[in-house]
Design a protein around this ligand. Structure first.
Ligand code: GAR
Length: 202
C-alpha cells in the first residue's frame, strides 16, 4: 500500500474526507503523515482524532525556505512517503522540493483551472458571474495552480446562490473528488504524456 502525506494549513475538511475514505476502506492507502505549517490550524485536532502522525513545521523557525523544506523532506523520508496530497497548504513549494517528488505531489483547487487561480478562487469566480465553476485536482509543478490536470468536477452556479451556498457545494464536490483522484494516482491508474493525463481505471 502507498504511504501518503497530507499537507494542510487550515480547516482540514479535505483531510477529514480523505481520512474517512481511508477508514471506510474505499481508499486503500496508508495515511501516514500530516504536514502542517500552522500551529493554530483546526486540521491538527482532526489528525489527532484519526491518530495520524503530525509533522508541525513552522517557516519562522528556519532561516530560509530551503532549510524549512529540507526539514519537511526529512519527515517524508522517515515515513517513506510515496505521494504528497496538498489540501489547503498555503505555501508554494520550491523547485528543489518539486523536483525531488516530481509527479508525486497533487493539489486540489476550488475552481476549474486554468480559470481563477490563487487563494480566493471561489470568491473570484462568484464575483465574476460565471454560470459553471468547479474543482480541479492536478499535479504540482513549479508554478502556482498549473500542473497537469488529473480530474475535474463541475459545479453549477444557481441564480439564488450566495457566496456561502456556492462555497458549501464546492467543498462537497472537493470531498467527493479528492479521494477518487488520490485512488487513481496512488494505484497508478493513469498515464502522463506532457500535460495530458489519461485515466486508465477508477
Ligand atoms: C480547499 O477549498 C482547497 O481547494 C483550497 O483550500 C481549501 C482548504 O480547505 N486550496 C486552494 O485554494 C489552493 N489554491 P480545507 O482545509 O477545509 O481542506
Amino acid at each position: 500500500m502507498k504511504n501518503i502525506a497530507i499537507f494542510a494549513s487550515g480547516k482540514g475538511t479535505n483531510f477529514n474526507a480523505i481520512a474517512q475514505a481511508v477508514k471506510r476502506g474505499s481508499l486503500k492507502v496508508n495515511l501516514a503523515l500530516l504536514v502542517c505549517d500552522n500551529p493554530q490550524a483546526p486540521v491538527l485536532s482532526k489528525a489527532k482524532e484519526f491518530k495520524i502522525k503530525i509533522a508541525l513545521v513552522k517557516r519562522g523557525d528556519f532561516a530560509c525556505k530551503e532549510d524549512f523544506e529540507k526539514e519537511i523532506i526529512n519527515s517524508l523520508k522517515e515515513e517513506k512517503i510515496d505521494l504528497i496530497v496538498m489540501a489547503g497548504f498555503m505555501r508554494l513549494l520550491g523547485p528543489d522540493f518539486v523536483q525531488a517528488y516530481r509527479n508525486r505531489i497533487i493539489n486540489i483547487h476550488p475552481a476549474l483551472l486554468p480559470s481563477f487561480k490563487g487563494a480566493h478562487a471561489i470568491k473570484d469566480a462568484f464575483a465574476y458571474g460565471v454560470k459553471i465553476t468547479g474543482v480541479t485536482v492536478h499535479f504540482v509543478d513549479e508554478h502556482i495552480d498549473h500542473g497537469a490536470i488529473i480530474l475535474q468536477k463541475e459545479v453549477k452556479v444557481k441564480e439564488t446562490d450566495t457566496l456561502d451556498s456556492l462555497e458549501a457545494r464546492i467543498h462537497r464536490a472537493e470531498h467527493l473528488l479528492y479521494p477518487e483522484a488520490i485512488k487513481v494516482v496512488a494505484l497508478g491508474r493513469f498515464r502522463l504524456k506532457g500535460r495530458r493525463v489519461r485515466i486508465t481505471g477508477r
